[in-house]
Each structure stands twice: as C-alpha cells, then as structure tokens.
Write a protein that binds this ligand. Structure first.
Ligand code: DC
Length: 230
C-alpha cells in the first residue's frame, strides 16, 4: 500500500502529539515530534553554556550545528518513541522546565531551523510518517498528502494543561496557565520565520468538544480516501 506523509500543526496544548502518536500507531507509521528536536538542540546549548538568562551565543550554536545529531528510537516498553541527542537518550531531560523555558529562543535562530528542516526531510524521505509541529505542512513538507491544523479554545487547552500538571502533583494556577497559552499563541503566530499558520490545503480540526476516539474516527475516513487516491 502506498505510504503518505501526515503533517499535523497547531496551537500549544491542542492535543497534537496524542493525536499524531495514535494515528502513527494505527497505521504502523513512524511518529516524529519535531518540537522534541528543537528541545534537544536547546539541551545541547544549555550544556555547552551557549544560552542563559541574559545571553545567547548564536555564532557558537551555528558553528556546532553539524555536530548535533538528533534521532528517535522506538521503545516497546513505553510503546513510544524516545529522543536521542548524539546517541544519548534525552527524552526525560528535554521535557524539563529549563529546556522548556529556553526552547523558543533557540527555535528562532534561522540556521537552527534550516538544519532541523533538513533532518526532518531526511527522516521523511521514505514517507510513512506522521510529524507534528508548527511548520510541518507549510515549510517542512509542503507536499504532504494530508495536512491537519489543530485547534481548540484557549479555555479548553488551559484546562487540559492544568489537569496534566495537576496529575503530576505540580502546584499550578489555572489563570497563569491560561495566560501562558495566550502568550505562546501570539509568539508562535507572529514570529518572522516559519510562523504558525494553517497551510491553505490543511483541514482544520477543532477538538474542543471531541475525545481522542472521536478524533480518530473522524480521521480514519479521510485517510482511507487519501490512500485510495491516485
Ligand atoms: O511542541 P513543543 O512545545 O514540544 O515545541 C517546543 C518548541 O519548539 C516550541 O517553542 C515551538 C518550537 N517548535 C517550532 O518552532 N517548530 C516546530 N516544528 C516544532 C516546535
């Protein structure tokens, strides 16, 4: 059966990764979390002392880009993919607060973006992948056979994030989380390079009132039609 590329972009906490992961599992495709790649570069920069509160050593970051290898490997124990930075499993570290607070600055560097896009295209060469991010349908794979643009109301996204952090016993405040999401939306949509926007040929999925099961039911039909096309 022919293999396609499924590009999933959308707002923070819109449920992109759960949805993308579930589709990949159903189709036996590779799932690539492009945000994890920007997070891995950020971890590298933190370790090298290239980024901190009041400095960003852009020239050093750019000159090291060829030495930063990022890969993914499937771990059957967790039924999911884990991120590797120069052969080291960094899945846990890239999700931490420190990386989260610097990643948006690192992902603004044009040379970092070009390198990540190059790696992402290499991974997608054979097709048969589901990749999620902010610029997958617009920049990385403008020729993807299926593009989904995910959104949900700010209230709902804030509630999901709040529940997720509460579930991890973190002391969180709903209004702070909601404001953080609003700010991130503005940043993502207004940056100069690769801003978050819906590709003209992307299908919008507003999952404010949909469970993951309903979302999967919705997309199955669309995928079936795509696979039968041409
Ligand atoms: O999806 P996430 O929160 O793990 O993404 C981490 C950061 O990387 C976030 O600040 C947005 C950025 N990012 C990006 O600029 N382009 C992508 N394709 C994916 C993520």
């Amino acid at each position: 059966m022919k293999k396609i590329i499924i590009a999933i972009d959308g707002y923070s906490s819109s449920g992109k990764s759960s949805f993308a992961r579930a589709i990949a599992r159903e189709m036996n495709y590779i799932y690539i979390d492009s945000g994890a790649m920007y997070r891995a570069v950020t971890l590298y920069c933190l370790r090298k002392g290239y980024v901190g509160n009041d400095f960003l050593k852009t020239a050093d970051i750019i000159s090291d880009l060829r030495e930063i290898n990022i890969g993914f490997a499937y771990n059957p124990d967790i039924s999911g993919y884990e991120t590797f930075l120069n052969s080291e499993n960094v899945e846990t570290q890239i999700r931490g607060v420190e990386v989260s607070s610097y990643v948006s600055r690192i992902s603004l560097i044009p040379e970092v973006r070009s390198r990540m896009v190059e790696l992402q295209r290499e991974i997608g060469r054979e097709r048969g992948i589901v990749m999620d991010g902010r610029d997958i349908g617009t920049v990385v794979f403008p020729d993807a056979e299926l593009k989904i643009f995910m959104t949900a109301s700010v209230e709902i996204r804030a509630k999901r994030r709040y529940d997720e952090l509460k579930g991890k016993n973190m002391d969180v405040d709903f209004e702070t989380i909601k404001n953080n999401i609003i700010v991130r939306d503005i940043t993502d949509e207004n940056r100069d390079i690769s801003p978050l926007r819906r590709a003209d040929d992307a299908i919008v999925l507003d999952n404010s009132r949909m469970t993951i099961t309903e979302q999967l039911r919705w997309i199955r039909e669309i995928i079936k039609n795509k696979l039968n096309e041409g």
